[in-house]
Ligand binder design. Structure first.
Ligand code: GLN
Length: 259
């Protein structure tokens, strides 16, 4: 088996260490002898590269870089990207990326950045004087499909631990939140929602990077990508995750959330 991981604008959208999500997926495939390659979906890529990939990762960025990305992610590339997501290709999109998958993002300075309109949400930065949403983030994944599948794998509620750093606030329309905030700001620090979930796309404010801290989400992405690609039910071999489990336990204790 093999997987092609598409990486959205690596040079522009990895300001907050989300390349760790790509590395985590790559290693968790290699440890299982799943052949894996990385396809850079950047300004040099054309729509055909989007058609090639089985899983897509998008990281976070500063307002300025987001504007540069959106100038490029237009036309055939944008259509190819939307078609992939709506055909069930899984993806994990962090912070600046989901802001661009929505209707629009109004940055602190400059013009509104029109988004892809793939997710029914919009984001607005309340201005340079507003407090940034920065800190540890803990949330329960509640979006029906992924929560059901993760709970079955984990035999418990899926709780994600991450770190957020954003000025923009996101407001959901007719799209499922990814989860319910337990600690931190989430989408906007007001309505208790975190991220969004659409088809098999995870949108989240959680850096961390998210996947090494929550390996069960990485495995959900790999399993879903393989099932979508090979059109058969796939179960992944278990990996030795004691380091991640101890890190999670330490974080939950530090945040006084340990049960
Ligand atoms: N520039 C966006 C904001 O400040 C996204 C930040 C990020 O990707 N961490 O909200």
């Amino acid at each position: 088996m093999e997987l092609k991981i598409g990486w959205l604008y690596p040079n522009l959208m990895s300001t907050y260490g989300d390349r760790g999500n790509v590395i985590c997926l790559q290693r968790r495939c290699q440890w299982r002898k799943i052949e894996v390659s990385i396809v850079r979906l950047d300004r040099l890529a054309d729509a055909s590269q989007f058609d090639l990939v089985d899983l897509i990762v998008g990281g976070g960025a500063q307002d300025r870089q987001q504007e540069i990305v959106m100038r490029d992610l237009q036309g055939a590339k944008a259509e190819a990207f939307k078609k992939k997501i709506e055909s069930g290709t899984p993806g994990v999109f962090t912070c600046g990326s989901p802001q661009l998958l929505g209707k629009y993002y109004e940055p602190a300075l400059g013009q509104r950045i029109e988004g892809l309109g793939l997710l029914d949400l919009y984001s607005k930065h309340p201005g340079l004087d507003a407090k940034r949403c920065i800190g540890n983030l803990v949330f329960e994944l509640t979006a029906s499909k992924i929560a059901r599948e993760l709970s079955a794998n984990l035999n418990s509620k899926p709780i994600a631990i991450g770190f957020e750093n954003h000025g923009g606030r996101t407001y959901l329309g007719d799209v499922e939140p990814l989860g319910r905030v337990i600690k931190g700001y989430g989408n906007n620090g007001e309505d208790g929602t975190e991220g969004a979930f659409y088809c098999n796309a995870i949108a989240t404010y959680s850096h961390g990077p998210l996947l090494p801290k929550n390996p069960f989400i990485a495995d959900w992405l790999i399993q879903t990508a393989l099932q979508e690609k090979y059109r058969e039910s796939i179960s992944l071999s278990k990996l030795e995750d004691s380091l991640a489990s101890s890190a999670r336990k330490a974080m939950l204790q530090r945040l006084e959330l340990a049960s």
